[in-house]
Design a protein around this ligand. Structure first.
Ligand SMILES: Cc1cc2nc3c(=O)[nH]c(=O)nc-3n(C[C@H](O)[C@H](O)[C@H](O)COP(=O)(O)O)c2cc1C
Length: 358
């Protein structure tokens, strides 16, 4: 059993996954440019088992995290994706779409006004290439404007957001996607509800599982049983990569059990380095999730070589392996693993590679 063994449960020709990677190369309406469509098809032709399309906003306003970010909420998006999905299928790969709401990790210049979060708490101060510092303030890399105090999302808006996720799921099926991944990781809206560090509400949504379990329940209700429903989870956040695994912050065990009951088919475990234990634990995220469920797991984060991927699969035969950054400059990443050409893999370099679509 290795990276090239098929994974029948999800209909995959092998166990390699292209992780969702936001490229902010979309049209004004949030559709992929033809260049970006070709980028995905190229990876399907080069033997990847599954492509998870980058995060797509479920509306054109408060959900938007990026200028030129992908969106998915209308018939125009379905019509644009349908032929791309067909070509990915023709090349033998499966394809899921990732749906997200940016929550507080965006700025009014991108959403057109509103910035929502579980509670009115400002995002952390962590600096990164997405979040440079200008005169002592962390700013958005596209607008150079600082992150503002978000608004606590109202119960009415929660209802609307859940309906928008469910609508996007139906549209994804219409476009022919094999699965939908709900982005519950990295500090975006869903994640802010799951942790007491951000969720300080005084209503019933103070319960860390309420928003996410209603959202998953609604999505599952409208979906075909055969469409895969994946949930991406992490402990770390874009604005705070040093989050600890702690029951005081997040009852992760309870969440995984609740979400499985609500109809999640796959857990996608995102770590910065999936080989290292989480802060505050002696286990990796995928090991923690494995102790809680028998469902398939996508393992992602810092996996660079075929040997690392194969070792993870041999430890857990119900897992598949996602590669992120190295897919950006290497369209043929999986073929390179397969054909013993690993030495030719170009390591991702932010400055050099981020703005080019290879
Ligand atoms: C440029 C870039 C864009 C990303 N976009 C997304 C995204 O849209 N959705 C998501 O869940 N994670 C996103 N991530 C995180 C990756 O999916 C992945 O978890 C991370 O790069 C770690 O895996 P790696 O070490 O193999 O790169 C992004 C990461 C990078 C570097």
């Amino acid at each position: 059993m290795d990276l090239f063994s098929s994974f029948e449960k999800l209909g995959l020709r092998n166990r390699s996954v292209m992780a969702p990677l936001t490229r902010y190369h979309s049209s004004r309406l949030g559709n992929p440019t033809s260049e970006l469509a070709d980028y995905y098809i190229r990876r399907a032709k080069a033997n990847v088992g599954l492509i998870i399309i980058e995060s797509c906003a479920i509306n054109s306003e408060d959900a938007m995290g990026y200028l030129h970010g992908m969106q998915f909420h209308s018939k125009s998006h379905v019509n644009c994706w349908k032929p791309i999905v067909e070509k990915i299928h023709d090349a033998g790969a499966k394809v899921w779409i990732q749906l997200f709401h940016a929550g507080r990790l965006t700025v009014p210049e991108i959403t057109g006004g509103s910035v929502f979060s579980a509670s009115a708490k400002k995002a952390g101060d962590h600096q990164s290439f997405w979040r440079p510092k200008i005169t002592d303030q962390v700013v958005n890399f596209q607008t150079n404007t600082p992150y503002t105090l978000p608004q606590e999302i109202s119960k009415e808006s929660i209802k609307i957001v859940i309906e928008q996720f469910a609508t996007a799921v139906l549209l994804a099926e219409e476009a022919g996607f094999d699965g939908v991944e709900i982005h519950g990781a990295h500090g975006y809206l869903i994640h802010t509800f799951m942790t007491k560090r951000v969720n300080c509400r005084s209503d019933e949504y103070a319960e860390s599982d309420k928003f996410v379990s209603e959202l998953i329940g609604e999505c599952r209700k409208v979906m075909n049983r055969s469409t895969v429903l994946s949930f991406r989870c992490s402990i770390h956040m874009v604005d705070n990569p040093l989050m600890r695994y702690s029951k005081d912050d997040m009852d992760f065990e309870f969440l995984v059990r609740t979400l499985e009951q609500k109809g999640v088919d796959v857990f996608h475990c995102s770590q910065i380095d999936s080989k290292r234990p989480l802060f505050g634990s002696n286990k990796t995220l995928h090991k923690i999730v494995r102790e809680l469920t028998d469902l398939p797991i996508v393992v992602c984060g810092g996996i660079k070589s075929l040997a690392e991927a194969n070792s993870l699969i041999s430890e857990d035969i119900n897992s598949i392996i996602a590669f992120g950054r190295n897919f950006i400059p290497n369209p043929g990443l999986i073929d390179m693993f397969k054909n013993n050409r690993e030495s030719e893999i170009v390591s991702f370099d932010y400055e050099k590679h981020i703005n080019t679509i290879y």
